[in-house]
Design a protein around this ligand. Structure first.
Ligand code: DGT
Ligand code: CA
Ligand code: CA
Length: 574
């Protein structure tokens, strides 16, 4: 399927157009790119079936863009794009990956200093060539260096949300092999860590050679790092590595325990075995030559006198001590969520109508759905003003009425995601907020405030009695930008004092709160909510990533408000 390839080119074209300060057009290209990325149909098949007309039927695609897609499908190239690349031969993706570096800045740096990629950029910033340029300055130069440092830190790791679906595909293929008795994802993927170094598969088979053979020959493999009788390691075209181990059934539990990690968890677990006069390895738990346990992880932990720790908390952050004392928390389950409270509808530029979102919610077995469209400060995202918000509320009333008449037990709740402005006020009148069932407030601008000001800004918003939830409370974008500066302890104290709920945003790029902050919130007695921030109905499924993060933070169902039925949920709103 070429959807993503084409989307990437359209994003680049949008950047180039922005460099040339062309109005409106960049947005049109971005919009189509987003549609291509998220649609399920294969654009090439659409074209084969219905030609140019079928392409023009894709939302946002006019004749002009349709012809470019056609050109790509026919020739593998788009001339318009090639001309841009020739005129401005810079590594767009690299340059704009630096937080705060937009296409316009990239163009100036290329024209004035010949900066083409990250390496050039770092050199230019370090030798202070950037600050004197018109429109840049000391602060921008400093931010660029910080941005580059941040990128280096996350290099070589991939987003869980990117990797898991791809690993799942390989998992399914392997599982279908007749030689494969059982297969599990191990390593950081099984622990649902937010970024992944490489994928680890563990297989039970009596006949490993054909399994290994299949693994290294599957489509997408670009390099074989190593291949033995029972193991292999490969790189696939998406740029990450996959390891596979095949073991016999009798030592499967020990192998799964070992390869799930984390390494830090394993080191301490092994020490506990030693203190009991045992030896724990990937082959089993032994007393001398005799195998004490090995078939299942449960057996091993039990033999060590430990409660079974779920993979998400195996990070040597207190879980071992708690397991020894049989005091592990009962983590929130993957089926415990009863509704999503952070979804954007087509009222603010999301992809689906409220009714479509409600339908998708029913399919997920939820009891409620909160629509929280952006408000007016975010003009690019079609934020709603007071008048449009009221109109949208009427539509929600109508949908609820319809759901009732067909006896569906789903309630659509009226929400909004308002913007916390620099002074802590929000961008919409309080009267409008009082018409809503709940209000989410979030920071979407001026991320570089100093720590004290940013903390005050958020606390000021929490004091507004209309505000129930703070969305993505630390503002990070994994691999893109760090958290903004806040005093998280003060935020927790204020949340507790005013009864404000903190969001665990499930979007794989955010996962905000992260596991560590979830744990701090729980310990401070602050309630949380797991939301997807979906802009498309398919994104409602991303809730699992938020649940995983909550589990990594030791959260139990009672810590998360949207594990509660509707009547109890409403009690949490101010
Ligand atoms: P990653 O790939 O960097 O996201 O993190 P992991 O945890 O998947 O690490 P990886 O792939 O290097 O190894 C998979 C598991 O194998 C790891 O979680 C624990 C185990 N393991 C690997 N190397 C060692 C080691 O030197 N000592 C111990 N005790 N366990 C190890
Ligand atoms: Ca790994
Ligand atoms: Ca590995």
């Amino acid at each position: 399927m070429k959807n993503q390839e084409i989307a990437n080119i359209l994003y680049d074209i949008a950047d180039y157009l922005e460099m040339d300060a062309v109005p409106f057009k960049p947005y049109a290209y971005q919009r189509v790119a987003l549609v291509l990325e998220t649609m399920e149909e294969d654009v090439e098949k659409l074209y084969q079936g219905g030609g140019l007309k079928a392409l023009e039927a894709i939302p946002g695609v006019g004749k002009n863009i349709a012809e470019k897609i056609e050109e790509y499908l026919k020739t593998g190239k788009i001339k318009y794009y090639e001309q841009f690349k020739k005129r401005l031969p810079l590594n767009l993706k690299e340059m704009t990956s630096v937080e705060g570096m937009g296409p316009k800045k990239a163009k100036v740096l290329y024209q004035k200093l010949g900066v083409k990629d990250l390496k050039d950029l770092e050199k230019a910033a370090k030798s202070h060539q950037i600050a004197p340029l018109f429109g840049f300055g000391e602060k921008t130069e400093k931010n660029i260096l910080e941005g580059i440092k941040f990128l280096k830190r996350s290099k070589g790791r991939f987003l869980l949300g990117e990797i898991l679906p791809k690993a799942q595909e390989v998992y399914d293929k392997l599982k279908n092999l007749k030689e494969v008795e059982r297969i599990d994802l191990a390593g950081s993927l099984r622990r649902r860590k937010e970024t992944i170094g490489d994928v680890d598969f563990l297989v039970i088979s009596k006949n490993p050679v054909p399994v290994v053979d299949f693994f290294v020959k599957q489509t997408g493999v670009v390099k074989i790092w190593g291949q033995g009788k029972t193991k292999a390691s490969v790189r696939i075209k998406d740029g990450f590595d996959m390891d596979m181990r095949v073991v016999p059934k009798k030592s499967y539990g020990a192998a799964l325990q070992y390869f799930t990690g984390s390494k830090e968890h394993n080191i301490v677990t092994r020490k506990i075995a030693m203190d009991k006069g045992l030896k724990l390895s990937e082959y089993g738990l032994f007393r001398g030559q005799r195998m004490v346990a090995s078939a299942s992880e449960e057996d091993i932990y039990q033999a060590l006198g430990m409660q079974y720790p779920e993979p998400e908390i195996r990070e040597n952050q207190g879980e071992i001590e708690a397991a020894l004392r049989h005091k592990l928390p009962e983590l929130i389950g993957y089926q415990d969520i009863k509704g999503d409270l952070h979804c954007h509808s087509d009222w603010d530029g999301g992809k689906n109508t409220i009714e479509e979102l409600a339908q998708a919610t029913l399919d997920m077995g939820y009891q409620y759905l909160g629509i929280s469209d952006h408000t007016k400060f975010l003009r690019l995202e079609h934020g709603l003003d007071e008048k449009r918000l009221t109109q949208r509320n009427k539509e929600i009333d109508k949908i609820n009425y319809k759901l009732k008449t067909i006896n569906y037990k789903l309630k659509v709740l009226k929400g909004a995601e308002v913007n916390i402005l620099n002074d802590g006020l929000v961008d919409i009148k309080d009267e409008s907020l009082r018409e809503l069932d709940f209000v989410i407030a979030g920071v979407h601008s001026s991320f570089k405030m100093d720590k004290n000001m940013m903390t005050e800004r958020i606390i000021a918003a929490m004091k507004n009695p209309n505000i129930d939830i703070i969305s993505h409370p630390t503002g990070r974008l994994i691999k893109i930008r760090d958290e903004y500066q806040i005093d998280f302890d003060r935020i927790l104290k204020a949340a507790k004092q005013y009864g404000v709920i903190l969001e665990i945003n499930a979007s794989p790029q955010r996962l905000d709160l992260n596991g560590q902050n979830v744990r701090r919130a729980k310990e401070a007695g602050v309630k949380m909510v797991i939301n997807t921030d979906a802009h498309h109905k398919n994104q409602l499924r991303l809730i699992a990533f938020g649940i995983a993060q909550a589990r990594r933070g030791w959260a139990e169902a009672k810590d998360i408000i949207n594990t509660q039925p509707l009547d109890k949920l409403l009690n949490f709103f101010r």
